[in-house]
Design a protein. Sequence first.
Length: 219
Amino acid sequence: MMTSLWMFWKTLTAFTILFVCQTIFITYFWSNTWFVANNVKGYGPTTYTVSFGFNSYCIKSIYNTKPHCISLSDKGESFEDYGVQLSIEKELLTYLRVSKFIYILIIVSQLLMAIGIIGRCKYIDNNQISVSDVLFTSSSIVDVILKFALSNFLILGYNREIGATMYGNKIYSSFSMNMVLFVISLIMTVIVNILMLRSFVKTAEKCSCQRGKKYLIIV
């Protein structure tokens, strides 16, 4: 009973940590920008910073308190009020769209992980491999793979041409601070995923099956 109680609280604690990390990942990175282009020239001597992410891109000068943001489908026409013309490279848009799709898959995998861990906590005394074990383990592995895939596509978007201003100079994408935060979040979630998987892998023990045979079971 004490072992079961300890396993329950250890699993629940690990799940809580994972839930917090994944919630931050989902809520923060969906709406924030991934790439920036600094010193973009517009009308007059003012220079702007253009930043963009999965859903929109924004323009901001040193005089603005808040950036002006528009949808990616707008293609930057609204930026002409600032004297800035944008023509984002197709490859960069492709990387962003693929990254957005991977991001959605990550959310699905995290939902499956939550279902799996809840099932394991519910049947903590069961020493047999259950559907919850398989669900959590497989979705955890997929989650880690998807996060590294997302990282790869974001890296491919670095130093891509964003477009030309009305003065004809080229501007290129560089990573925003969010990329640094993403790397930190990625490391944290991968570590917690590994710890969670270890909590599912108990010391190998002999269990009697209904047929009376002995098997080496790892749960």
